[in-house]
Write a protein that binds this ligand. Structure first.
Ligand SMILES: Nc1nc(=O)c2c([nH]1)NC[C@@H]1CN(c3ccc(C(=O)N[C@@H](CCC(=O)O)C(=O)O)cc3)C=[N+]21
Length: 287
C-alpha cells in the first residue's frame, strides 16, 4: 500500500550549517585574539567501521570550522585503567579544550568510569555526571550533543514543547535520558518508554513529540504515530537506517526528521559549538 506523505521533512543540514558557520566565526575570532585555535581530542577504542566513520566525520567538520582535532586511537584490547589514564592526561593537557570519547568502547570496559575522567570544563560531548546534573537542574554547562541537537532542531522548526506530550523511546545515558530531561525543562509532559514498557504502542500513540532513540532499525512505524505528531528519529543503525519507518510515519506525522540529514548533522554541530565555547572559557575570553 502506498500512502501519500503529509509530513514536512525536518532538514537538519541547514540549521547545522548555520551553527557550524557561527562556530567557525567564533573560532577564528578566538584565534585572532589569543593566537590559539580550539582543539578537540577524539578518543576511539577499537576499529568498529561505523565508529571510525562517525569520528572521521566529526574531525572533518572540525577542520571545516577552524577547530583543530587530535586523534587518539586505542586498541580494542585496552583496559579500563589505560583508557581512564589516557582521558585523564587529555583532561590535564592545556592544549586540549574539548574531549570526545566515542561510544561504545567495548563490553569489557567500564565506559562510565572513562567518561567521568573527562574534566567538566572539557566535557563538550556532555557525557559526564557533572554535565547531566547541570542540565537537569537548568544550570549552565554542556549538553549531550544529540539531545542538544534535537532541541535546536525543534526550535528551528518552531515546535514549542510546553504543554505537549513528549514520548522518548529509549533511555540511554547520552541520548534518551537527557533528551527527556531537556524536554521536561521546556515544560513538556515526558514519558520514557523502554524494553520493559507494557503496551509500548499505546504509549507511543500518545506522543505529540516522539523521540525515537532505541537503536533498532525501523522499530516504529506509521501505525504507532499519533496523527500530526512531530517525529524525531535519533536512531543510528547499520546502513544509515533510523529507528522510524520514514514512509509510513510520514503519512501520519506533521514534521519528521529524515535519516540521514536530520538529527545526525545537528549532533555534530552542537559538538563544534560547545568545543569553541569551552576553548573560549579556557583561553580566558568568552567565545
Ligand atoms: N560519545 C559519543 N557522542 C556521540 O555523539 C556519539 C557517540 N559517542 N557514539 C555514536 C553516536 C552516533 N552519532 C552520530 C553523529 C552524527 C551522525 C551523522 O551525522 N550522520 C549522518 C549520515 C552519516 C553518513 O553519511 O555516513 C546523517 O545523519 O546525516 C550519525 C551518528 C554520535 N554519537
Amino acid at each position: 500500500m502506498t500512502q501519500t506523505p503529509t509530513a514536512r521533512p525536518m532538514d537538519g543540514t541547514a540549521p547545522a550549517r548555520r551553527i557550524t558557520e557561527e562556530s567557525a566565526e567564533a573560532s577564528a575570532e578566538l584565534r585572532r585574539r589569543t593566537g590559539t585555535a580550539p582543539c578537540l581530542a577524539t578518543v576511539l577504542v577499537g576499529e568498529d567501521p561505523a565508529s571510525v566513520t562517525y569520528v572521521r566525520m566529526k574531525r572533518a567538520r572540525c577542520r571545516k570550522a577552524g577547530i583543530e582535532s587530535r586523534h587518539v586511537a586505542l586498541p580494542a584490547s585496552v583496559t579500563t585503567a589505560e583508557l581512564v589514564e589516557t582521558v585523564t592526561a587529555l583532561s590535564q593537557d592545556p592544549s586540549v579544550h574539548g574531549i570526545l570519547l566515542q561510544h561504545p568502547v567495548g563490553p569489557h570496559i567500564d565506559e562510565r568510569a572513562a567518561f567521568e575522567a573527562i574534566a567538566p570544563e572539557k566535557d563538550v560531548d556532555g557525557v559526564t555526571t557533572h554535565s547531566f546534573a547541570a542540565m537537569s537542574f537548568g544550570l549552565p554547562g554542556f549538553v549531550s550533543c544529540t539531545p542538544g541537537g534535537i532541541m535546536r532542531l525543534l526550535d528551528a522548526y518552531g515546535v514549542e514543547p510546553a504543554g505537549k506530550r513528549a514520548v522518548v523511546v529509549g533511555r540511554s545515558a547520552i541520548l534518551g535520558k537527557p533528551a527527556g530531561m531537556l524536554l521536561l525543562a521546556r515544560d513538556a509532559t515526558v514519558t520514557y518508554c523502554h524494553s520493559r514498557t507494557a503496551d509500548l504502542a499505546a504509549a507511543v500513540r500518545e506522543a505529540d513529540i516522539l523521540i525515537a532513540a532505541v537503536g533498532r532499525p525501523r522499530f516504529l512505524t506509521g501505525a504507532d504515530i499519533k496523527p500530526g505528531a512531530v517525529v524525531i528519529d535519533a536512531g543510528y543503525n547499520e546502513g544509515n537506517v533510523g529507528d522510524v519507518d520514514f514512509e509510513s510515519a510520514a503519512a501520519r506525522a506533521s514534521l519528521i526528521t529524515p535519516v540521514p540529514g536530520g538529527v545526525g548533522p545537528m549532533t555534530i554541530a552542537v559538538l563544534l559549538a560547545q568545543t569553541v565555547e569551552a576553548a573560549g572559557r579556557q583561553l580566558g575570553t568568552a567565545a
